[in-house]
Design a protein. Structure first.
Length: 83
């Protein structure tokens, strides 16, 4: 089996997703800070029809995501630990 044939064996059609791998849910809006989907949309994503997924993806740019106040990241955590 050559490499082209082996790629065909392991290739699969991936479901289109707006996921950015920044998965954090805003407690106020209940939307993911990375992709702006709701928890329910994320949970049902794999079972939604392609049309339903496209409809949601078309709405995502209009959703307001609260980024909240930055807490200082790693440097602030280390500083708080050392105090």
């Amino acid at each position: 089996m050559n490499s082209n044939e082996s790629r065909k064996v392991w290739s699969r059609a991936e479901i289109e997703s707006p996921c950015t791998n920044v998965c954090q849910i805003d407690p106020d809006t209940r939307l993911c800070l990375g992709c702006a989907r709701s928890i329910d949309e994320i949970g049902a994503w794999g079972s939604l029809s392609a049309e339903a997924r496209r409809t949601i993806m078309a709405e995502l740019p209009t959703r307001q995501i609260s980024t909240g106040k930055r807490k200082g990241g790693r440097a602030a955590r280390l500083k708080r630990k050392s105090v």
